[in-house]
Write a protein that binds this ligand. Structure first.
Ligand SMILES: NC(=O)c1ccc[n+]([C@@H]2O[C@H](COP(=O)([O-])OP(=O)(O)OC[C@H]3O[C@@H](n4cnc5c(N)ncnc54)[C@H](O)[C@@H]3O)[C@@H](O)[C@H]2O)c1
Length: 249
Protein backbone atom coordinates (compact mmCIF):
# COMPACT_ATOMS: atom_id res chain seq x y z
CA UNK A 1 0.00 0.00 0.00
CA UNK A 2 1.11 3.59 -0.52
CA UNK A 3 -0.37 7.05 -0.67
CA UNK A 4 0.51 8.50 2.73
CA UNK A 5 3.54 10.42 1.50
CA UNK A 6 3.89 13.68 3.45
CA UNK A 7 1.35 12.69 6.10
CA UNK A 8 2.31 12.70 9.78
CA UNK A 9 0.89 10.06 12.13
CA UNK A 10 0.85 9.32 15.85
CA UNK A 11 0.30 5.71 16.93
CA UNK A 12 -0.38 5.34 20.65
CA UNK A 13 0.91 2.13 22.17
CA UNK A 14 2.97 1.61 19.03
CA UNK A 15 6.02 0.09 20.71
CA UNK A 16 4.78 -3.51 20.40
CA UNK A 17 2.22 -5.92 18.95
CA UNK A 18 -0.71 -4.45 17.01
CA UNK A 19 0.48 -0.86 17.46
CA UNK A 20 3.95 -1.72 16.16
CA UNK A 21 2.44 -3.39 13.08
CA UNK A 22 0.27 -0.31 12.49
CA UNK A 23 3.29 1.98 12.81
CA UNK A 24 5.21 -0.21 10.35
CA UNK A 25 2.26 -0.23 7.93
CA UNK A 26 1.78 3.53 7.99
CA UNK A 27 5.50 4.08 7.49
CA UNK A 28 5.56 1.61 4.58
CA UNK A 29 2.72 3.63 3.01
CA UNK A 30 4.86 6.76 3.19
CA UNK A 31 3.77 8.44 6.43
CA UNK A 32 6.12 9.94 9.00
CA UNK A 33 5.24 7.93 12.11
CA UNK A 34 5.71 8.93 15.72
CA UNK A 35 4.97 6.32 18.36
CA UNK A 36 3.60 7.53 21.69
CA UNK A 37 4.01 4.92 24.39
CA UNK A 38 4.98 4.28 28.01
CA UNK A 39 7.90 2.26 26.65
CA UNK A 40 10.34 3.13 23.84
CA UNK A 41 9.98 1.91 20.27
CA UNK A 42 12.98 0.11 18.77
CA UNK A 43 11.93 1.09 15.25
CA UNK A 44 10.16 4.44 15.01
CA UNK A 45 10.60 7.93 16.42
CA UNK A 46 9.03 7.74 19.87
CA UNK A 47 7.74 10.16 22.48
CA UNK A 48 6.91 9.23 26.05
CA UNK A 49 3.13 9.19 26.37
CA UNK A 50 0.61 8.17 28.98
CA UNK A 51 -2.75 8.44 27.23
CA UNK A 52 -4.51 8.57 30.61
CA UNK A 53 -2.72 11.82 31.51
CA UNK A 54 -4.09 14.89 29.70
CA UNK A 55 -0.89 16.91 30.16
CA UNK A 56 1.10 14.06 28.60
CA UNK A 57 -1.34 13.84 25.67
CA UNK A 58 -1.24 17.58 25.08
CA UNK A 59 2.58 17.60 25.17
CA UNK A 60 2.88 14.65 22.76
CA UNK A 61 0.43 16.06 20.20
CA UNK A 62 1.96 19.54 20.44
CA UNK A 63 5.50 18.23 20.03
CA UNK A 64 4.65 16.19 16.94
CA UNK A 65 2.78 19.07 15.29
CA UNK A 66 5.62 21.50 16.09
CA UNK A 67 8.46 19.20 15.03
CA UNK A 68 6.85 17.90 11.83
CA UNK A 69 4.71 20.90 10.88
CA UNK A 70 1.43 18.99 10.68
CA UNK A 71 -0.56 16.07 12.08
CA UNK A 72 -2.86 14.06 9.81
CA UNK A 73 -3.41 10.64 11.40
CA UNK A 74 -4.03 9.53 14.97
CA UNK A 75 -4.31 5.84 15.78
CA UNK A 76 -5.68 5.33 19.28
CA UNK A 77 -4.26 1.87 19.86
CA UNK A 78 -2.90 1.93 23.45
CA UNK A 79 -4.94 -0.34 25.67
CA UNK A 80 -4.90 -2.75 28.58
CA UNK A 81 -6.97 -5.80 29.51
CA UNK A 82 -7.48 -7.77 32.71
CA UNK A 83 -9.97 -10.31 33.93
CA UNK A 84 -12.04 -9.54 37.06
CA UNK A 85 -15.50 -10.88 37.95
CA UNK A 86 -17.98 -8.01 38.27
CA UNK A 87 -18.65 -8.90 41.92
CA UNK A 88 -14.95 -8.41 42.70
CA UNK A 89 -14.25 -5.36 40.52
CA UNK A 90 -12.44 -2.73 42.58
CA UNK A 91 -12.89 0.93 41.79
CA UNK A 92 -9.18 1.60 41.13
CA UNK A 93 -8.94 -1.11 38.46
CA UNK A 94 -12.17 0.02 36.84
CA UNK A 95 -10.98 3.63 36.77
CA UNK A 96 -7.59 2.64 35.31
CA UNK A 97 -9.17 0.60 32.52
CA UNK A 98 -11.48 3.49 31.60
CA UNK A 99 -8.69 6.06 31.81
CA UNK A 100 -6.42 4.21 29.37
CA UNK A 101 -8.87 2.50 27.00
CA UNK A 102 -11.62 5.11 26.73
CA UNK A 103 -10.56 8.47 28.16
CA UNK A 104 -7.20 8.18 26.37
CA UNK A 105 -8.71 8.08 22.85
CA UNK A 106 -11.01 10.99 23.78
CA UNK A 107 -8.07 13.10 25.02
CA UNK A 108 -5.97 12.29 21.96
CA UNK A 109 -8.82 13.19 19.60
CA UNK A 110 -9.59 16.39 21.50
CA UNK A 111 -6.03 17.70 21.36
CA UNK A 112 -5.30 16.46 17.83
CA UNK A 113 -8.54 17.80 16.30
CA UNK A 114 -7.32 21.34 15.46
CA UNK A 115 -4.19 19.95 13.77
CA UNK A 116 -6.07 17.21 11.92
CA UNK A 117 -8.41 19.82 10.45
CA UNK A 118 -5.62 21.93 8.93
CA UNK A 119 -4.99 20.02 5.70
CA UNK A 120 -8.39 18.44 5.00
CA UNK A 121 -7.13 14.84 5.22
CA UNK A 122 -7.35 14.17 8.96
CA UNK A 123 -8.17 10.63 10.03
CA UNK A 124 -8.59 9.11 13.49
CA UNK A 125 -8.65 5.33 13.86
CA UNK A 126 -9.66 3.88 17.22
CA UNK A 127 -8.99 0.34 18.40
CA UNK A 128 -12.32 -1.10 19.44
CA UNK A 129 -12.92 -4.84 19.78
CA UNK A 130 -15.44 -7.55 19.03
CA UNK A 131 -15.90 -7.24 22.80
CA UNK A 132 -17.55 -3.91 22.18
CA UNK A 133 -20.64 -5.93 21.22
CA UNK A 134 -20.20 -9.36 22.87
CA UNK A 135 -18.11 -10.41 25.80
CA UNK A 136 -15.77 -12.90 27.37
CA UNK A 137 -16.03 -13.97 30.99
CA UNK A 138 -14.88 -11.50 33.68
CA UNK A 139 -14.50 -8.63 31.21
CA UNK A 140 -16.97 -6.08 32.53
CA UNK A 141 -14.41 -3.26 32.59
CA UNK A 142 -12.77 -4.14 29.26
CA UNK A 143 -16.12 -4.61 27.53
CA UNK A 144 -17.41 -1.31 28.88
CA UNK A 145 -14.40 0.53 27.48
CA UNK A 146 -14.60 -1.09 24.06
CA UNK A 147 -18.37 -0.44 23.77
CA UNK A 148 -17.49 3.11 24.76
CA UNK A 149 -14.83 3.34 22.07
CA UNK A 150 -17.38 2.34 19.44
CA UNK A 151 -19.74 5.08 20.63
CA UNK A 152 -16.92 7.60 20.88
CA UNK A 153 -15.96 6.77 17.29
CA UNK A 154 -19.42 7.60 15.96
CA UNK A 155 -19.70 10.77 18.06
CA UNK A 156 -16.25 11.97 16.98
CA UNK A 157 -17.08 11.34 13.33
CA UNK A 158 -20.19 13.50 13.67
CA UNK A 159 -18.49 16.31 15.57
CA UNK A 160 -15.37 16.52 13.37
CA UNK A 161 -16.90 15.66 10.00
CA UNK A 162 -17.63 19.31 9.14
CA UNK A 163 -13.94 20.15 9.66
CA UNK A 164 -12.93 17.44 7.19
CA UNK A 165 -11.73 14.95 9.81
CA UNK A 166 -12.90 11.34 9.65
CA UNK A 167 -13.05 8.92 12.59
CA UNK A 168 -13.45 5.14 12.35
CA UNK A 169 -12.70 2.14 14.53
CA UNK A 170 -11.51 -1.37 13.94
CA UNK A 171 -12.90 -4.19 16.06
CA UNK A 172 -10.32 -6.99 16.09
CA UNK A 173 -11.17 -10.49 17.22
CA UNK A 174 -8.47 -12.79 18.65
CA UNK A 175 -5.08 -11.38 17.69
CA UNK A 176 -2.12 -13.30 19.08
CA UNK A 177 -0.33 -10.75 21.30
CA UNK A 178 0.77 -10.46 24.97
CA UNK A 179 -2.55 -8.70 25.72
CA UNK A 180 -4.47 -11.99 25.84
CA UNK A 181 -1.61 -14.07 27.31
CA UNK A 182 -3.41 -14.24 30.68
CA UNK A 183 -6.23 -16.16 29.04
CA UNK A 184 -3.94 -18.47 27.07
CA UNK A 185 -1.69 -19.11 30.07
CA UNK A 186 -4.54 -20.49 32.18
CA UNK A 187 -3.97 -23.71 30.16
CA UNK A 188 -0.60 -25.57 30.28
CA UNK A 189 -0.36 -26.18 26.50
CA UNK A 190 -0.24 -22.90 24.54
CA UNK A 191 -0.19 -24.63 21.15
CA UNK A 192 -3.34 -26.57 22.00
CA UNK A 193 -5.15 -23.37 23.04
CA UNK A 194 -4.21 -21.61 19.78
CA UNK A 195 -5.29 -24.70 17.82
CA UNK A 196 -8.68 -24.78 19.56
CA UNK A 197 -9.09 -21.03 19.06
CA UNK A 198 -8.29 -21.42 15.38
CA UNK A 199 -11.22 -23.85 15.02
CA UNK A 200 -13.62 -21.05 16.05
CA UNK A 201 -12.61 -19.05 12.96
CA UNK A 202 -14.06 -19.80 9.50
CA UNK A 203 -10.71 -18.59 8.12
CA UNK A 204 -9.03 -21.31 10.21
CA UNK A 205 -6.53 -19.32 12.25
CA UNK A 206 -6.29 -16.61 14.89
CA UNK A 207 -5.29 -13.12 13.81
CA UNK A 208 -1.87 -11.52 13.49
CA UNK A 209 -1.09 -7.84 14.17
CA UNK A 210 -0.58 -7.22 10.43
CA UNK A 211 -4.18 -8.35 9.77
CA UNK A 212 -5.32 -5.34 11.79
CA UNK A 213 -2.63 -2.97 10.53
CA UNK A 214 -3.58 -3.34 6.86
CA UNK A 215 -7.16 -2.21 7.56
CA UNK A 216 -5.98 0.67 9.75
CA UNK A 217 -3.68 1.92 6.97
CA UNK A 218 -6.64 1.86 4.58
CA UNK A 219 -8.80 3.81 7.05
CA UNK A 220 -5.98 6.33 7.60
CA UNK A 221 -5.67 7.22 3.92
CA UNK A 222 -7.68 8.70 1.09
CA UNK A 223 -8.90 5.38 -0.34
CA UNK A 224 -11.44 5.35 2.51
CA UNK A 225 -12.31 9.07 2.07
CA UNK A 226 -16.13 8.59 2.25
CA UNK A 227 -15.99 6.19 5.23
CA UNK A 228 -16.54 7.70 8.67
CA UNK A 229 -18.22 6.71 11.92
CA UNK A 230 -17.79 3.01 11.15
CA UNK A 231 -16.61 0.08 13.25
CA UNK A 232 -14.97 -2.53 11.02
CA UNK A 233 -14.73 -6.05 12.41
CA UNK A 234 -11.47 -7.92 11.75
CA UNK A 235 -12.00 -11.39 13.21
CA UNK A 236 -11.56 -14.06 10.55
CA UNK A 237 -15.33 -14.54 10.52
CA UNK A 238 -15.48 -15.77 14.12
CA UNK A 239 -18.46 -13.67 15.21
CA UNK A 240 -20.68 -14.40 12.20
CA UNK A 241 -20.78 -18.12 13.00
CA UNK A 242 -23.12 -18.92 15.89
CA UNK A 243 -21.91 -21.82 18.05
CA UNK A 244 -23.31 -25.32 17.43
CA UNK A 245 -23.29 -28.13 19.98
CA UNK A 246 -19.92 -29.88 19.92
CA UNK A 247 -21.39 -33.12 18.51
CA UNK A 248 -22.56 -31.26 15.38
CA UNK A 249 -19.63 -28.94 14.73
N1 LIG B 1 -4.84 -8.60 21.01
C1 LIG B 1 -6.12 -8.74 20.73
O1 LIG B 1 -6.65 -9.86 20.57
C2 LIG B 1 -7.00 -7.51 20.62
C3 LIG B 1 -8.34 -7.70 20.21
C4 LIG B 1 -9.17 -6.59 20.10
C5 LIG B 1 -8.69 -5.32 20.40
N2 LIG B 1 -7.39 -5.17 20.79
C6 LIG B 1 -6.94 -3.81 21.11
O2 LIG B 1 -5.80 -3.50 20.34
C7 LIG B 1 -4.98 -2.59 21.07
C8 LIG B 1 -3.55 -3.13 21.13
O3 LIG B 1 -3.57 -4.41 21.73
P1 LIG B 1 -2.27 -5.34 21.78
O4 LIG B 1 -2.77 -6.73 21.80
O5 LIG B 1 -1.31 -4.92 20.74
O6 LIG B 1 -1.74 -4.96 23.25
P2 LIG B 1 -0.27 -5.03 23.90
O7 LIG B 1 -0.48 -5.17 25.37
O8 LIG B 1 0.59 -6.07 23.22
O9 LIG B 1 0.35 -3.58 23.57
C9 LIG B 1 -0.23 -2.43 24.15
C10 LIG B 1 0.72 -1.24 23.99
O10 LIG B 1 0.08 -0.11 24.62
C11 LIG B 1 1.04 0.53 25.46
N3 LIG B 1 0.33 1.22 26.55
C12 LIG B 1 -0.33 0.67 27.58
N4 LIG B 1 -0.82 1.62 28.40
C13 LIG B 1 -0.46 2.82 27.85
C14 LIG B 1 -0.68 4.16 28.23
N5 LIG B 1 -1.33 4.49 29.37
N6 LIG B 1 -0.18 5.14 27.43
C15 LIG B 1 0.50 4.82 26.30
N7 LIG B 1 0.74 3.56 25.90
C16 LIG B 1 0.26 2.56 26.67
C17 LIG B 1 1.94 -0.59 25.96
O11 LIG B 1 3.18 -0.11 26.45
C18 LIG B 1 2.07 -1.45 24.69
O12 LIG B 1 3.13 -0.99 23.88
C19 LIG B 1 -5.64 -2.43 22.44
O13 LIG B 1 -6.44 -1.25 22.45
C20 LIG B 1 -6.51 -3.65 22.56
O14 LIG B 1 -7.62 -3.47 23.41
C21 LIG B 1 -6.54 -6.22 20.90
Amino acid sequence: MSGLDGRVAIVTGGAQSIGAAIADGLAAAGAKVVVGDLQPSDVHECLPLDVADEASVEACVGTVAANHGRLDIVVNNAGIMFETPIAEQDRAGWDRMLAINLTGPMLMSKHAAPHLAENGVGSIVNLGSIEGDRNNLHHAAYAATKSGVHGLTRATAIDLGPSGVRCNAVAPGWIDTPLNANYVDTHPDRAEVIDELAKLHPIGRVGAPSDVADVVVWLAGDESRFVTGQVITIDGGRTVRPPLPGLLS
